[in-house]
Design a binder for this molecule. Sequence first.
Ligand SMILES: [Zn+2]
Ligand SMILES: [Zn+2]
Length: 369
Amino acid sequence: MPRDPYEVLGVERTADEKQIRKAFRSLARELHPDVNPEPEAEDRFKELAEAYEVLSDEERRATFDRYGHEGLKGQGWSPGFDGFANFGDLFGAFFGGGGSAGPRQGADLGIAVEITLDDAFAGIKKQLEYEAVTTCETCHGNCAKPGTPLISCKQCGGHGAVRTMQRSPFGQIVREAACPACEGAGRTPEVPCEDCHGRGSTTGLRTVEVDIPAGIDDGQRIRVSGRGNAGTSGSPAGDLYVVVHVEADERFVRDGDDLVGVVDISIAKAALGTTVTVPALDGDVELVIPSGTQPGAMLRIAGRGMPSLHGRRSGDVRVVVSVHVPEHLEEAQRSALESMVDDLPDAAELQPGLFDRIRRAVSGSVSGH
Ligand SMILES: [Zn+2]
Ligand SMILES: [Zn+2]
């Protein structure tokens, strides 16, 4: 069952002609397959065009309001853009610019790939499989059984175009449209190719090797030119868009080109100072934690973060120091601490302002050290 056309266009049931046209135009610009590479855009655009066809015609709209989709069907109406040869034509008719008669560029495709943070750090080549429309290998896209000729199209007499009178919401339009029989080529096969049933293309699995550059971030897209669906009649293929997902990492959270990690140390080491090993992505780094380091202090290891996609210097590794207060004390530890209790100050000697102390307590993060 098709969706409610009011819902598709996002308008009230009481919307007037102008509001309906406005909603259609703005959605059409967004969803048209020539400008929107998302794979579902074409279906949504088709749905939109059908909804508009119903609501832009007074009689059809009244029928739908009273009897729904069943009523339209009962009147012998079926969606089909009033004879527009394809979406490009429909788009062209409404927005000016040529409707694409004849060969059409193939559609863009989108696929996703998941990589680790280490892959994103070093860059990686990935072999990816995806489904696409490919030019038929048997007939090389000319649609004829090998060894048989192409003959002049009977429907258009070899012109490739047919003149049609079309009803549109904006009045009658006389236009040249691509011949539906030969798709504008002017010639059709005498004997269709058996492997592609005369379509010139087949759908199948394809493989592509994608170079994922070092420094790529989660959600970024890589365009692989010409690896989308094949076009018709020798026109160019669409592009392939690879969306990169970077898996969450146990060690670091990414912040721009910086990598942020946490190191846990005991209260004694925080007071006395220590050295810890930080597992940076290009190898371990010995990090000196100075004596008197406060909980939440942030230490910076310059230039050991993610490489920059834009040729700037690499990011940093930022290490947040988490100071662990023991939950259970041995008797000796307890008495050692008790002996210090009256000597150790509760606050820094250089009393920070109240605001700084609240900020430290709340965010647990202090810049620098
Ligand atoms: Zn073929
Ligand atoms: Zn034709």
